[in-house]
Write a protein that binds this ligand. Structure first.
Ligand code: ATP
Length: 428
């Protein structure tokens, strides 16, 4: 069906417990509506009759529990119906989490039992972690809970731009087109798209985020009972595995959902044996998950940054600003690439402290970097502070000592303290 054909409206009938898997074509959007029955997209029910417009390249599925008729308008890269999905097992997990939320809500004054489920979703790349996280959040929000979504995927995160770890409460089922609303996410800037660049910094930031959320929960029984859903990155070997264990610990996760990997599951079961209150559950990967190679991932990162400044549908108008070098202080965290201890002579310490704050000389090396604007009031607060937003450096005039940057809006930045990493973008 679809590929390259003329644009015409066509109906698709879905039997109960089936899904229509769609990849929107590369150039034009796809319109879709629900004609009869009920259906949802990654946990969010779609309204009957209303046309929804999906942007090019989006990959998604329309699932129905009881049967539905859908109409498609436009061309797709692929679309096909699948009758084998892991959705029943996913919704069963949701039911168990629901039970825990209700129990937590029933005992608001007990610091232990008032804590709802803290779910961490782990698995290799392209196992459907983000999608499962999204479903669990949307199903919970539909029942009136406000679970906290924590996204630790610095490569392909869904809350903000790459290179960040972030959290936000989910108050409504996540919109199938617009995704997560960007009202006031809590964002920490790591600045690189792989944790190996500075794993120590990554851990420090995870810890900061976890502690901030813990403080927020203390004063908020409602979000405490609703709990968290934590999405992780797909790197699960070596340092990646170590970082997973660190995250489970930092967030006090009590449910570990392992997608599509037997080995990881048994490893985690083994090391978490000592923590009887942590459940490790293996779940099947959906056959609908689309694999993405390095190039596609790089592109997706670039689109995310573009979306931050320009909006998904080019509906935002970022502002180009010019300011003097002296108005900004740019910091880098960690002293360049770290030499592994094993590469040093016996007894020598690695010279670069991974969390050392370094004031950077403004020069043309900053060109095309994406920098974070820190909420810190003093430089020594930078590592422990979350960030207000991002700017993109478009010109450096060494002679006149002027910097030109793109920001979401005109006017002064919320702070003079900027953080740089290795995150770059080429505006196209
Ligand atoms: P990463 O390796 O980046 O951590 P992930 O494990 O989080 O990936 P997802 O992002 O959930 O994987 O899924 C990969 C892609 O497959 C996404 O574009 C998603 O929308 C798509 N996808 C997931 N499930 C389905 C499905 N059932 N039908 C169609 N597309 C799907």
């Amino acid at each position: 069906a679809g590929a390259g054909g003329p644009s015409a409206i066509r109906p698709v009938k879905l039997d109960k417990e089936c899904e229509l898997r769609i990849e929107v074509g590369p150039d034009t959007p796809l319109r879709l509506r629900l004609l009869t029955g009920t259906a949802e997209i990654f946990g969010t029910e779609i309204a009957p009759e209303i046309w929804l417009t999906f942007p090019p390249r989006l990959k998604f599925a329309v699932y129905t529990w009881y049967g539905a008729t859908i109409e498609l308008d436009g061309t797709t890269e692929t679309d096909y119906t699948a009758d084998e999905t892991p959705m029943i097992s996913y919704v069963n997990v949701h039911a168990v989490l629901e039970g825990r939320r209700n129990r937590a809500k029933a005992s608001p004054n007990d610091s232990d039992s008032s804590q709802g489920p803290r779910v961490i979703v782990v698995g290799p790349t392209d196992s459907g972690k983000s999608t499962l996280s999204r479903m669990l959040l949307s199903w919970a929000a539909k029942q009136g809970w406000k679970p906290t979504f924590v996204d630790m995927d610095i490569g392909q995160g869904t809350i903000t731009i790459p290179g960040c770890i972030a959290a936000t409460p989910i108050e409504m089922p996540i919109d199938p087109v617009d995704g997560i609303p960007l009202e006031m996410p809590l964002v920490y800037f790591y600045g690189h798209t792989t944790p190996s660049v500075n794993a120590d910094l990554y851990k420090v930031l995870v810890k900061e985020l976890a502690q901030t959320l813990e403080r927020q929960f203390t004063g908020n029984a409602e979000s405490r009972a609703a709990g968290m859903v934590i999405n992780t990155m797909g790197w699960i070997e070596g340092v990646g595995y170590e970082l997973l264990l660190h995250a489970i610990d930092a967030f006090n996760a009590n449910v570990v959902l392992v997608l599509g990997q037997e080995k990881l599951c048994s490893m985690l079961k083994d090391v978490l044996k000592s923590k009887p209150n942590v459940d490790v559950v293996k779940l099947q990967k959906s056959g609908g998950v689309v694999s993405r190679n390095a190039k596609v991932r790089q592109k997706a990162r670039s689109y995310r940054i573009r979306e931050y400044f320009y909006g998904l549908a080019n509906d935002l108008s970022p502002h180009s600003n010019i300011t003097s070098f002296s108005d900004l202080s740019v910091y880098r965290i960690g002293g360049g690439p770290q030499a592994p201890r094993s590469a040093l002579p016996i007894g020598a310490e690695p010279a670069a402290d991974p969390t050392r704050l370094v004031l950077v000389n403004i020069n043309r090396d900053l060109l095309h970097l994406v920098l974070a604007v820190s909420f810190a009031k003093e430089p020594d607060q930078i590592i422990s502070s979350n960030v207000a937003g991002f700017i993109y450096i478009t010109d450096i005039d060494i002679q006149r000592k002027k910097i030109t940057y793109l920001a979401p809006s005109a006017g002064e930045l919320p702070s003079r303290f900027l953080i740089m990493g290795t995150l770059t973008w080429l505006e196209t």
